[in-house]
Design a protein. Structure first.
Length: 516
């Protein structure tokens, strides 16, 4: 029996951090076979934690007024007791950087190490979306390059000029992602070396494209016209602007490129919050219990752990003032525990529901969980692993809301067919297509007034928000050089339900069409 390291309310030292990390590493790798990046632990103050919040959790980030505004708002909320702080922030990088708040107790530091340095770390390194879409080795160096480049632009061209480009690019950040094409690896050295070459090439292509436009003669086009531009719809709007906007300067394009590459980095995280937090919470739960079993944590320390853990996985009822939707920590952790239960002691309902899948009753819960971690995202994870028991525990049901019917209809209840309806509806909520509008560049009138036409493909006839759409389109028009912008919202039947039109004087006309 080893000596007890962790007690309730205990203060910590740096020697303690090293010792407890070694013990957790032994459990995580030796008993649970977790495969992680090299860890880097950083101790920061609560104010530094708030600063990291404001800069989207990055240790190195370029300057922008929105980060400072967010910091001030969060600092005031924190001081007035309106919000708490996370106990950690972890970065998907190699080495994997975990920030531990210096105000944490010794028990909390151990929990954070288990949660972030081994739970999140294993997820970052092994989930297929992160393997495919992010470059853990290059991100920190690239952010340092981006910060340096934007600071140099501010010195050369003025802070106001740089902020105008950043403001516009940030408003389109969610539309700067390649969803189906693997991005190039991030390399600060390569970016610096190729920047001048790339800008010179881009400018030569733009000159050739735009200088040959006979704007005085309007050419009528057809769908089959060889001169249709772009040839296919473009979903990565920031990339399209970077390569084709006629009035942008070289440094404008480079800033847009930086913004979209940072946006691409967050693409997997947007689709895996449920799984990522659920797995990290399940990991720290298992590791902390093993530390207690090994005599490394006292009973008092364990009680302190339970108090913190239960707060993390609390799922308030819908009528509770704390309710803000489904808590990803609560549902993710519950589903991981449920996989463990089904893998070791399934009921007949489990066998029927999962149709005797290989992991049901196999007796290897960690194997089943790690397989899910490696091969699924939130949407497919819910489709594959959500059980009737979890739906009952979380009191889930579905309601049909038809715009033509003044009454709601409860369509998903707790029976065999209802469970399928609930599972399908919940999975859709984690589909990125249901949370971020699908907007694509479909046409540019290169033979006339250079109007850019975009289409919004509606989901369940859900309209775009008028105010935010107008704001984003104004920024799009600014980056496009002030030329006209048209956006059509098209429903699944191909009918145009709304139209936004920005003329060269930046006025906006919006037209909503009835079903008739």
């Amino acid at each position: 029996m080893k000596k007890c390291l962790i007690d309730s309310g205990q203060e910590w030292t740096f020697d303690f951090i090293e010792e407890v990390y070694a013990e957790i590493k032994e459990v995580a790798e030796g008993e649970f076979d977790l495969n992680t990046y090299t860890d880097q632990l950083e101790i920061i103050s609560s104010e530094q934690m708030l600063d990291a919040y404001a800069a989207v959790g990055m240790p190195v980030m370029y300057s922008h007024w929105s980060f400072g505004e967010q910091f001030i708002k969060q600092l005031e909320s924190y001081k007035r007791g309106y919000m708490g702080l996370a106990y950690e922030i972890v970065i998907n990088s190699d080495p994997c950087i975990a920030y531990l708040m210096e105000e944490n107790t010794a028990m909390m530091q151990a929990l954070v190490i288990a949660h972030a340095s081994f739970g999140h770390n294993h997820f970052f390194k092994n989930n297929y979306l992160f393997r495919q879409w992010t470059d853990a080795e290059g991100i920190i160096d690239y952010l340092a390059f981006a910060k340096k480049y934007i600071r140099e632009c501010e010195e050369k061209y003025g802070i106001d000029e740089v902020e105008m480009i950043l403001d516009a690019a940030h408003s389109l950040m969610t539309y700067g992602v390649d969803k189906y094409k693997r991005p190039e690896p991030i390399s600060a050295k390569k970016e610096e070396a190729l920047r001048k070459e790339r800008n010179a090439y881009n400018q030569s292509q733009l000159n050739e494209l735009w200088n040959t436009i006979p704007r005085t003669k309007k050419k009528k086009k057809t769908e089959e016209d060889e001169d249709k531009y772009p040839k296919e719809p473009q979903e990565n709007i920031l990339y399209f602007l970077e390569k084709n906007a006629p009035r942008l300067k070289d440094w404008h394009r480079e800033i847009i490129r930086i913004v979209r590459r940072v946006s691409q980095y967050f693409y997997p995280q947007m689709q895996t919050q449920l799984m990522n937090e659920g797995f990290a919470t399940y990991t720290h739960y298992k590791i902390m219990h093993r530390l207690h079993d090994k005599g490394l944590m006292s009973d008092g320390g364990m009680l302190e752990f339970y108090q913190s853990h239960t707060g993390v996985v609390l799922q308030p009822d819908y009528h509770d003032y704390r309710y803000k939707g489904i808590n990803p920590y609560a549902l993710g952790f519950a589903m991981m525990q449920d996989i463990e239960r089904i893998a070791t002691d399934p009921t007949q309902e489990d066998r029927d529901w999962f149709d005797s899948q290989y992991w049901v009753g196999q007796g290897d819960p960690w194997g089943a969980i790690k397989f899910a971690v490696e091969n699924f995202k939130d949407e497919s994870f819910v489709q594959q692993y959500l059980s009737p028991k979890i739906m009952r525990d979380f009191q889930m049901f579905t309601i049909r809301d038809d715009e033509k019917d003044p009454k709601y209809e409860v369509t998903g209840i707790h029976n065999k067919n209802g469970y399928k309806i609930i599972r399908e509806a919940l999975a859709k909520q984690y589909n990125i297509g249901y949370t971020i509008p699908d907007i694509q560049v479909t046409d540019v009138d290169i033979w006339g007034d250079r109007t850019m036409t975009l289409q919004h493909f509606m989901v369940n006839k859900r309209p775009l928000d008028l105010e935010s759409t107008n704001g984003v389109l104004k920024n799009l028009s600014f980056l496009w050089g002030g030329y006209p912008i048209k956006l059509e919202s098209v429903d699944t039947d191909g009918q145009v339900r709304a139209m936004f039109d920005i003329k060269e004087d930046a006025t906006i006309v919006d037209i909503f069409l009835d079903d008739d």
